[in-house]
Design a protein around this ligand. Structure first.
Ligand SMILES: *[C@@H]1O[C@H](CO)[C@@H](O)[C@H](O)[C@H]1NC(C)=O
Ligand SMILES: *[C@@H]1O[C@H](CO)[C@@H](O)[C@H](O)[C@H]1NC(C)=O
Length: 846
């Protein structure tokens, strides 16, 4: 008996120690996150600085939290700078000092309060009577599974009786007895009503915590704390007499509450990998504002927390992050401007509606992996709500899509708990189902269809679980970093783009131990007086095009891109060998101009030899410190000629008479005729001299072209449902795009003459990611490239303006150039320190 008590005490202590930091009180105290080298203990540093040591920052190695009473100063930074000053003045020698152990320090700042939106919840108005035989089939399935949940029949995303096939294709998985047992999904949100009849049996208290009110149970406490509970219901609502069922109705569901109050980066870092050995999947239906003007990512602490989870979570298999793509499509927003969705560590999930149509809100980007069902076409997701037995029929936005993916991944984990975080992404790529909707579908190197709007298609629960059963696990992750490519040329405006290339050889990949590609990231610096005018695309050696960045009509920021990292999943499975081209465009001819400064390519993928492959070092701001170093290589300029675009208008789907149908890429587009060579605009003299006579043609394989000028091709249509909550009436505005322009696939084809292609052995040093950290190479070509005619985004969207039911948020436009904007972390370790949050701005529910 006594033994049992001791055991319980011991167990309780263990649980507490997983969250050993005392609650923060930002009203009375300041908090400092410090990364220390092992040469000093945190208590010794605290004694030296006269601050209080609070504890380790969760699972992030060697990171500690200190506090002082509230004051204006940054005591850690002041001490670090004071030491530097004294050394400079030779008041102190270079002998060891306790502060030398400080590798990074950051005074914590509260981020602006989270902000919620209701625009994503259209009034339910289900259309048409379901077919009798399909209803009988549904009844039969429900009977076999003993599902008696009252709103199961309304949960069209699980079994669609109105449009057959437009659902998760999940009942076959359940009939095999696969329901998410032993998998845990953690909803990182505004709480989770663990007292709901629909959630209480699956609620997993150990994986849950409230970082807003600093209590164990993440109970929704504010009037509008409904979002997390609704997401939780989608994943794990029980099979019972309350509401409906979740995708993984026998999985465990936990909640981490962060969206209901002000938090700091440390809080978010702790939350985002909370109990990483117990929680398997973190479902995040939020992010920086989706206003089309924000460019913001996780602060370096949060990024480190995610890397920690991916490397150590789930017993080393890696925590699985699912992020909603964002709801800013109507404001031109693009999920590559969001550092959470464009992280290689997160699965970015966009939305389609019950008709497989693109809902007006769902953002596109090259980081988007997959889509699944959510609101639109007069219906939404039916799920659990807060309360003992309350349901909602109006859960929507990409917020509602993300958790459905999380639930499906829980099913995968039940079948194959040993899959890694990258296997989840592979399985998604291999089994997602492309569907017949107009978009910029292009066929990738491995024969998959990819669209920036729909990723690799829609998730199919049956297909992914089936594939998971026999899936051969991928080998560990390897990477190859290019040196910084210094371009430093003005970007021409309008139809012309500035292109820069980097060649990867087979030997480079061997040296990097990299066998085949998964994610590609491009970190870049562009100076510009109006960020929204810019667009960037990446062309792989095989001709697959990623639109890394698209123009955003409302993005007035007097900044370009500052060490921002864009990501693409469109090159999944390519070998990587050959010429990679980045093309920066200034899409608008106006007074705003800019310069393409530099860029760096990072290829991520499966390694060749797992026995020599290590883990990626924890990300540090100094990863990108080296780009100011001058290199010796010349800048080469090349003109690229583009055939005159041909406009094609194709037929429209019957249910959207004005919606154009984009063509699938033709198999063998004809290469365009080569235009007369034009003299390089700003070529370095030696480059021009050595260039002649080494023409090289670049004939990308077929790709349908959209992208920047994708805007011009995305047929804006869409219905915006305005919920007039207070009077309870609804108005639906149908907005139909007027323009019908479609460029055929061949318009993207071009040839260009390379003026010079000097050998780049030198550049190649430091290619191997494992060793590339501080290496630098030489700069490579910057080529002028004549792109297709751009079209004003403003024009395209102008009609829509009046229908937007959301006022642009002032605070939403806040971006932090020095920190929040930086994808790879801008707060450097070592002697450069920073105070304040790594990511200003608020989160928005999606
Ligand atoms: C959907 O599930 C059924 C089994 O219920 C299966 O036969 C079918 O192949 C699945 N669809 C896809 C695309 O895998
Ligand atoms: C659940 O997980 C535990 C520990 O990981 C394992 O021992 C057990 O076999 C699993 N149960 C099922 C039903 O898979």
């Amino acid at each position: 008996m006594r033994g049992l008590i001791f055991w319980n005490l011991f167990a309780a202590t263990c649980v507490v120690s997983a969250n050993s930091l005392p609650p923060r009180n930002y009203d009375t105290h300041d908090y400092y996150a410090v990364h220390l080298s092992p040469s000093i203990s945190p208590s010794d540093l605290a004694a030296h600085l006269g601050v209080t040591y609070e504890g380790k920052i969760g699972e992030i190695a060697d990171h500690y939290l200190f506090k002082t009473l509230k004051q204006d100063n940054d005591v850690v930074q002041d001490a670090v700078e004071d030491l530097k000053r004294r050394r400079r003045k030779r008041e102190l020698g270079s002998e060891a000092h306790p502060l030398d152990a400080v590798r990074f320090n950051q005074k914590q700042k509260l981020k602006p309060r989270m902000w919620k939106r209701s625009r994503i919840e259209p009034l339910t108005q289900r259309a048409g009577p379901p077919k009798g035989d399909v209803m009988a089939q549904q009844r039969e399935i429900a009977n076999s599974l003993d599902i008696k949940d009252p709103i199961f029949n309304d949960q069209w995303h699980l079994f669609n009786t109105q449009i057959q096939g437009n659902d998760l294709n999940i009942t076959g998985v359940w009939l095999e007895g696969i329901t998410g047992r032993n998998a845990t999904v953690c909803i990182v949100d505004d709480g989770l009503d663990m007292d709901s009849d629909d959630l209480k049996d699956n609620y997993f208290a150990q994986g849950s915590y409230d970082f807003n009110d600093h209590v164990d149970a993440p109970k929704p406490r504010l009037a509008d704390d409904r979002h997390g509970t609704r997401c939780a219901g989608e994943v794990a609502a029980g099979r019972n007499n309350a509401c409906g069922v979740g995708v993984a109705y026998n999985s465990r569901i936990s909640g981490v509450r962060i969206l209901s109050g002000d938090i700091s980066d440390v809080d978010e870092a702790l939350a985002i990998n909370y109990e990483l050995q117990l929680n398997d999947i973190y479902s995040c239906s939020w992010g920086p504002p989706d206003d089309g003007r924000t460019m913001q990512g996780p602060g370096i602490l949060i990024e480190r927390a995610m890397v920690t989870a991916v490397q150590q979570g789930r017993g080393g298999k890696g925590s699985i992050y699912v992020f909603a793509a964002g709801n800013g499509a109507a404001s031109d927003d693009n999920c590559n401007f969001d550092g959470y969705t464009n992280s290689i560590y997160s699965v970015t999930v966009g939305a389609i509606d019950r008709k497989n149509l693109h809902p007006y809100y769902s953002e596109q980007c090259s980081a988007q992996l997959v889509v699944t069902y959510s609101s639109g076409s007069s219906d939404a997701i039916h799920t659990t709500d807060i309360g003992t037995n309350t349901c909602t029929s109006s859960h929507g936005g990409t917020s509602a899509a993300g958790p459905l993916a999380s639930g499906i991944y829980a099913l995968v984990l039940e079948v194959r708990p040993e899959v890694t975080w990258r296997d989840i992404q592979w399985l998604t790529v291999m089994t997602a189902v492309p569907f017949d909707q107009p978009s910029d579908w292009q066929t990738t190197k491995i024969g998959k269809s990819y669209s920036h709007q729909f990723g690799y298609g829609k998730l199919d629960a049956y297909a992914i679980v089936e594939a998971a059963k026999t899936w051969e696990l991928v080998k560990p992750q390897a990477w190859l970093y290019s040196p910084w490519m210094h371009v430093k040329q003005e970007i021409p405006q309008g139809d012309t783009g500035l292109a820069s290339t980097f060649d990867v050889t087979e030997q480079d990949l061997k040296n990097a131990n990299l066998e085949r590609l998964e994610h590609i990231t491009v970190t870049m610096n562009v100076e510009h007086t109006r960020r929204g005018d810019l667009s960037v695309e990446l062309r792989s050696p095989t001709g697959v095009v990623s639109h890394l960045s698209t123009a955003r009509r409302d993005d007035e920021a007097h900044a370009g891109y500052v060490d921002w990292t864009f990501m693409t999943v469109a090159h999944w499975g390519e070998s990587g060998v050959g010429k990679w081209t980045v093309i920066v465009k200034d899409t608008k001819v106006n007074e705003h101009k800019g310069t393409f400064t530099d860029w760096r390519l990072r290829l991520w993928g499966e390694c060749i030899d797992p026995t020599i492959q290590g883990l990626r070092p924890i990300p540090s701001a100094s990863d990108d410190d080296d780009h100011d170093v001058t290199t010796s290589a010349a800048v080469h300029t090349t003109t690229v000629s583009i055939p005159t675009p041909t406009e094609t208008v194709t037929s429209n789907p019957t249910d959207h008479i004005d919606r154009p149908v984009n063509q699938k890429p033709t198999e063998t587009p004809l290469p365009s005729s080569t235009m007369p060579f034009e003299p390089p605009v700003t070529a370095a003299p030696e480059a021009s001299a050595s260039a002649t006579g080494i023409p090289e043609s670049f004939l990308p394989s077929p790709f349908p072209t959209f992208g920047v000028s994708k805007r011009t091709q995305i047929w804006i249509y869409g219905s915006l449902a305005l919920i007039l909550i207070f009077c309870g009436s609804l108005a639906i505005y149908l907005f139909l795009a007027r323009r019908k322009r479609l460029r055929n696939a061949s318009r993207d084809d071009y040839e260009f003459e390379m003026l010079d292609d000097v050998d780049d052995d030198e550049a190649r040093q430091g290619l191997n990611g494992a060793a590339a950290g501080g290496k630098r190479g030489k700069r490579r070509a910057g080529e002028l490239y004549d792109a297709f005619a751009g079209e004003s985004d403003e024009e395209l969207f102008s009609d829509e303006e009046e229908y937007r039911d959301e006022k642009p948020e002032r605070e939403g436009g806040v971006y932090d150039e020095k920190r929040g904007l930086r994808g790879e972390g801008s707060i450097s370790d070592g002697d450069e320190t920073a105070s304040g949050s790594g990511s200003g701005g608020s989160r928005r529910l999606r």
